[in-house]
Design a protein around this ligand. Sequence first.
Ligand code: HEC
Length: 167
Amino acid sequence: MSKVPARFHSCNRALTLLLPLAAFAMFATSAQVMAQSAPRPEALIKWRQSAFQVISWNSGRIKAALARGDEQEVRTAAAALAGVANSGLTSLFPPGTAQGKGWRETTARAEIFSDPERFRALTAEFARESSELVRLAAGTDQPAVTAQFARVAKTCKSCHDKFRQTD
Ligand code: HEC
């Protein structure tokens, strides 16, 4: 046994001591990274409630602007609405956020988490109809813009009917 050079021994001992330290450091770092990349449920619920408030603000703006024939305002608000609608809203509804408090208690229904495919499909439809509204609002066919806005509003309602507690 004593044929092994002493230097190797000490080197080996150093490694034995260092490896667990290195492993621990890696674990601690990845735990930190994970904590950073996974926002807390409270933040996610706040963000989605804020997103829907911005959606609501712009849908109200469009309605009022259509009533007074303000095409430029319709364009501005439709762009903002479509921006949020196309922002990947479903990522704000990960498992573990079915319950909890953001700005207020979440009104998300459990069905979002048990039927995510349907929720994803409705979100995609909302995004599509909002983008179509932007496209039409760039032109001057006001009846077409009004009809398209009604289609967007229908997607709000069909999603709320199934996925939001509205009592
Ligand atoms: C794909 C589904 C879906 C669509 C489309 C949708 N919503 Fe919602 N909305 C929700 C869900 C789910 C909540 C509950 C969020 C929470 O409390 O966690 C919500 C919440 C809201 C809220 C309350 C936000 C708050 O502060 O608590 C408003 C206002 C709202 N939506 C307006 C709208 C309007 C207006 C539209 C259409 C222009 C729309 N939503 C389209 C699913 C949808």
